[in-house]
Design a protein around this ligand. Structure first.
Ligand code: ADP
Ligand code: MG
Length: 485
């Protein structure tokens, strides 16, 4: 693959990217309080006295959130730190009633790990994970409900986030997109974050710098809170181009926090980037350091679900699917589950072709996803078994599937009701072929004088005469015999 470069007046520039992903932890309650962490409730209904920072309230650590962070660390093949610590990160914001965020700074719960990404051309790259730490989310300021006032909703205040920081190993918008999708896939498989970027349960801060090949890293800018994979990719391109223009016109890029405006396709300065010391981090005196046992980590590890890469490798081995097919089948865990449910007791090749082909097409056409599929895995397996045992042929099966999607009837019921059973009676097929050959003596003569292509015509005519129900293999065989007689 040719490397991604930005062409400037002074030559080519390499783009350097590091992502900080905030992933909302799947848990019933918040990181330090018992209030519900559920999304979408009426404003300020999921707020405890702790979340509202009433004086004298004490945070109590939610063990399930810690378990989720450990699971995620294991899924990222990362070091799990048995000792970690919560620090206060001090800053003022209207939706942050404490005046600080409880986060982890010096001692995060998860250390170095790795995510393997795969690009469109099949190239694989390893992207380093620097760390993962736990922190609280802030509340939400609402500016668009009233012309003169802003409102505060504290439902999100105190909800657990995992901040997952990558090394500056990413080199193109495509790689950034692949990294985010892979990370999201891993989190979903683990059940530690739902990965829903529209609802804000996964958002990315995008750090971008540019350099000439072989140079040290130059100053980066951080684009805050980008909430879709597509916008991340666009923001990188726009921001890298802006930086190249600055360097080439003799300027310097300032370390800044910027915003991406997708409507104008530009990034704008928000503020100068704070350095860590600006936050006056210090250990939260209300919380003990977090010490966990290796045996607990081992337990969590033993109970991890199969991860996407392992599932891919296994599907390839057990069902003989190609690398491309395994990637599509494992993109979402419930698709992989559905596939296996069908393929385990069916002809695996048939199952793969049908699921990736007609079944997906039917879902698309009806605007459904696998969860609300009108055809169950068992129902599809029954259809395939009717093909395998020659009750119906493939062409009729497509028709049956369409009916199944529409009526919810089973394959057997439809075949029965419509009388679609395949005709394997060679006598009946032979008779039908003979009639067609008699009615088309001119074409038979042409065929015999070398026009081989007409064979397809005879097949088509026979199938038509038999209403599509003839066994195609028998038709082919008998046609050959009668035409060459
Ligand atoms: P902070 O927490 O202040 O934002 P970090 O040092 O933790 O700073 O880095 C944040 C992110 O910036 C990481 O994802 C890292 O990979 C990325 N990064 C660091 N240096 C560069 C650079 N020169 N160009 C692009 N990204 C960078
Ligand atoms: Mg940052």
């Amino acid at each position: 693959m040719s490397a991604y470069r930005i062409q400037g007046e002074t030559g080519e520039w390499e783009v350097v990217i590091g992502l900080e992903v905030h992933a909302q932890v799947v848990s019933k309650s918040k990181l330090f309080s018992g209030a519900s962490a559920e999304y979408g409730a009426e404003p300020n209904t999921h707020v405890s006295l702790v979340d509202a920072a009433f004086p004298g309230m004490l945070p109590v650590l939610n063990q399930e959130c810690v378990a989720q962070a450990v699971r995620t660390g294991l899924g990222l093949k990362a070091e799990i730190n048995l000792f970690s610590r919560f620090d206060r990160k001090n800053y003022f914001y209207a939706d942050l009633p404490f005046g600080y965020q409880i986060s982890q700074f010096e001692f995060p719960i998860v250390g170095k790990g790795v995510v393997e990404i795969e690009l469109a051309d099949g190239t694989k790259r390893q992207i380093g994970i620097t760390r993962l730490h736990l922190e609280q989310d802030a509340g939400k300021s609402i500016h668009d409900q009233d012309p003169t006032r802003s409102f505060i909703d504290l439902n999100r205040a105190g909800v657990a986030l995992m901040e997952i920081v990558s090394e500056p190993d990413i080199r193109s918008p495509e790689e950034a997109g692949a990294y985010l999708r892979k990370l999201r896939q891993i989190l979903r498989y683990l059940g530690t974050c739902d990965g829903n970027m529209e609802e804000g349960s996964m958002r990315a801060d995008v750090n971008v710098s540019v350099r000439k090949e072989g140079e040290e890293y130059r100053t980066r800018c951080e684009i805050k809170n980008v909430n879709s994979v597509r916008y991340v990719m666009q923001a990188i391109e726009v921001e890298a181009t802006r930086q190249v223009e600055i360097w080439e016109s003799g300027g310097t890029v300032d370390q800044e926090t910027r915003l991406f405006d997708h409507l104008k396709s530009e990034t704008r300065s928000l503020r100068n980037k704070e350095d860590a010391h600006d936050y006056r981090y210090f250990p939260d005196p209300d919380l003990l350091p977090l010490e966990i046992e290796q045996s607990w980590v081992d337990e969590l590890k033993a109970a991890l679900p199969e991860l996407p890469e392992d599932k891919r490798a296994r599907l390839e081995k057990e069902y003989g699917v190609s690398a491309y097919e395994s990637a599509v089948l494992t993109a979402e865990q419930n698709v992989a589950d559905f596939y296996e449910e069908v393929a385990k007791d069916a002809d695996a090749r048939l199952a793969t072709n049908w699921i990736l082909g007609d079944f997906f097409a039917a879902l698309n056409r009806t605007g459904r996803s696998i969860e609300d599929s009108p055809v169950s895995a068992q129902g599809l397996r029954e259809l395939l078994s009717l093909i395998s045992d020659s009750t119906i042929n493939g062409k009729i099966a497509k028709e049956v599937l369409e009916d199944m999607v529409e009526t919810g009837e089973s394959a057997k019921e439809i075949v029965e009701r419509k009388g679609l059973k395949q005709v394997t009676d060679t006598g009946a097929i032979e008779k039908s072929i003979q009639d067609i050959l008699d009615a088309n003596a001119d074409k038979v003569a042409e065929y015999k004088s070398g026009k081989d292509k007409l064979f397809g015509f005879f097949v088509g005519q026979t199938m038509k005469a038999m209403k599509g129900k003839a066994n195609p293999a028998i038709v082919n065989e008998l046609l050959k015999k009668l035409l060459n007689a």
